[in-house]
Design a protein around this ligand. Sequence first.
Ligand SMILES: [Fe+2]
Ligand SMILES: [Fe+2]
Length: 366
Amino acid sequence: MEHQTAAGLADLAGTWAVPAGGEALFTWEYDRPAERLLRLYTKGKQRQWDADERLDWSHEVDPSDPLGMPDELIWIADSELWDRLPEKERAHVRVHTAGWTYSQFLHGEQGALVCAARVVQMVPDINAKFFASTQVMDEARHVEGFSRYLREKIGVGYGVTSSLQGLLEAIVRDSRWDFTYLGMQVLIEGLALASFGIQRDMMTDPLAKAFNAYVLQDEARHVAFGQHALSEYYREITDAERSEREEFALEACHVLHDRFAGEELWSNLDYGTRECIEITRESASLRVFRYRLFSRIVPALKSIHLFGPKMQEGLGRLGLLRFAKGDLHDIMAADERAAREIELAQRKREIDTAIEAGGTGGGGAG
Ligand SMILES: [Fe+2]
Ligand SMILES: [Fe+2]
């Protein structure tokens, strides 16, 4: 496969074909109300938002720091190498780190779009098909938003990193609907929650913060959906089936734990690829990411009953068992509150601006 780096988003080209197994499943059982799923579906319908309207794209980002990235989130910031770099080079690192990161978000969102569409086809329950179809629309809006941000505000794009590509491939290739759920709704969505949470809470650019808060609110629904479906299904499976799923999830945890060090970024920037990767692996920024990631994923695995001896042993080896006590519902409720707060603050600003301008029309974005 080929990675194109350090170009604008417009320079990324081509397609990637993954053979996808499985069956498209019709159901004739239309009348099986499932209250929790339907509640999520209703939320999914009602909380659609349009990035064109909801966000203030006229906001000008700092071209040398398009996300407002604090130094502690730059992977190589805690190093002699960074101390030696002149400010111009540091700006270059900030822009490219933003470009690499948002590019991975973009490719991951497309993965989510493809997987959600597969869930619509494969899942047996009609209510789950309903919800998954709102997720398809959510993910399309996320792809749209990240590609616009990359194009208009960052200007640098990267190809998909091999670890993310490998995960996506493993998920899409499998023909069983619950593997699509497990891979996408639990593991990749967990990755999304952690990554967008960091963007929302730690970046200082207001557009980047707001955009990620809205995306995060959608992702929280997607995770809740996956958990709901899988916790029922996995209660009933055999030990052999459970063990196979635990292996799949552990393998993904391994990749997520060890294999996101911005390889393409560093080989492109040319400050010494190997040294930069080493520094990245030990960086405080990556520790923050891992903490956020596994404090979401581990309780999720536990709540869907993938927490047998094999899983516990595997998580123990990665040093992740301490996260098993966390409460995912608290975290997700906090994500939702944060998005609401940003939304309310933004509406208030809009109203204030309208009043200042002496406008008499009320209203506002829906
Ligand atoms: Fe998404
Ligand atoms: Fe999602």
